[in-house]
Design a protein around this ligand. Structure first.
Ligand code: ADP
Ligand code: MG
Length: 247
């Protein structure tokens, strides 16, 4: 039994089916990479893991937490899921009027009820980990995109979620700034932080993924190892076409 599992998930927007019968295991201490064409439902799938989207039907399991989407979801269940899953967005979503360190300690103090001194200490350590020790008192607008995204990752780590979910974390970045962020993610993967990453960067996917999920038209077309996905004898023409178009 995997820690995070989806079973038979269906989601539509305004009567248009966006996810169809999604059944998926997201292994603990591993990196799952979700790929697929634009508009295929990757973000909706990722956001469902955090309950930012509510599928109409299907089941969600995370540790001892079970949700049946065809029933009402309590606030307590939502808070529990949000505690266990941290979301990192393409555009960082930092609080613009707070400094870097304030961005990081806000959640630990307000939500986890951490002592301020302890939160500050851990915040500094996390900034050091993402290579931004000197930026503690900077404001988000003073950061490059790559730095801002690394702060967003540190902020997520400060909440100690079981899974960190990242939706195209480097799509807004130039290649050299992207590399800084990918390096941080690579280190987290090596430390066995459970990660779920949506990305268009197939080189990175191949390098970091323990598992690749290919989504097309709201359905899972492939779910397996990067070796199988990138196999030069790959027989699935849709996967072949996607890989050729992206690399
Ligand atoms: P991807 O991340 O793979 O590009 P999305 O999950 O963002 O795909 O979107 C999948 C489909 O759902 C698209 O057709 C998109 O237009 C639609 N969609 C996503 N979010 C909404 C929304 N909030 N309201 C209406 N349609 C949406
Ligand atoms: Mg998306």
């Amino acid at each position: 039994m995997h820690k995070l599992q989806l079973e038979g998930l269906n989601k539509s927007f305004d009567g248009q089916q966006v996810l169809t019968d999604i059944t998926l295991e997201l292994p603990e201490k591993q990196t799952t990479v979700i790929v697929g064409p634009s508009g295929s439902g990757k973000s909706t799938l990722l956001r469902s893991l955090n309950l930012l989207e509510r599928p109409e039907s299907g089941h969600y399991h995370l540790s001892n937490l079970a949700i049946d989407f065809s029933h009402d979801i309590s606030t307590k269940q939502v808070l529990n899921v949000r505690k266990k899953t941290g979301m990192v967005f393409q555009d960082y979503n930092l609080f613009p009027h707070k400094t870097v360190i304030q961005n990081i300690i806000e959640g630990p103090i307000q939500v986890l009820k951490k002592d301020r001194k302890e939160a500050l200490q851990e915040g500094q350590n996390l900034l050091d980990k993402v290579g931004l020790k000197s930026k503690a008192d900077a404001y988000p607008e003073q950061l490059s995109g790559g730095q801002a995204q690394r702060v967003a990752i540190a902020r997520s780590l400060a909440m100690h979620p079981e899974y960190i979910l990242l939706d195209e974390p480097t799509s807004a970045l130039d290649p050299e700034l992207e590399a800084e962020v990918l390096q941080v993610l690579d280190e987290l993967a090596q430390e066995k932080q459970s990660l779920v990453i949506v990305t268009h960067n197939l080189f990175f996917a191949r390098q970091i993924a323990d598992k690749i999920v290919f989504v097309e038209n709201g359905q899972i077309i492939f779910d397996g190892s990067p070796q199988e996905f990138f196999n030069e004898n790959q027989e699935n023409t849709r996967i072949n076409r996607f890989i050729s178009a992206m690399t």
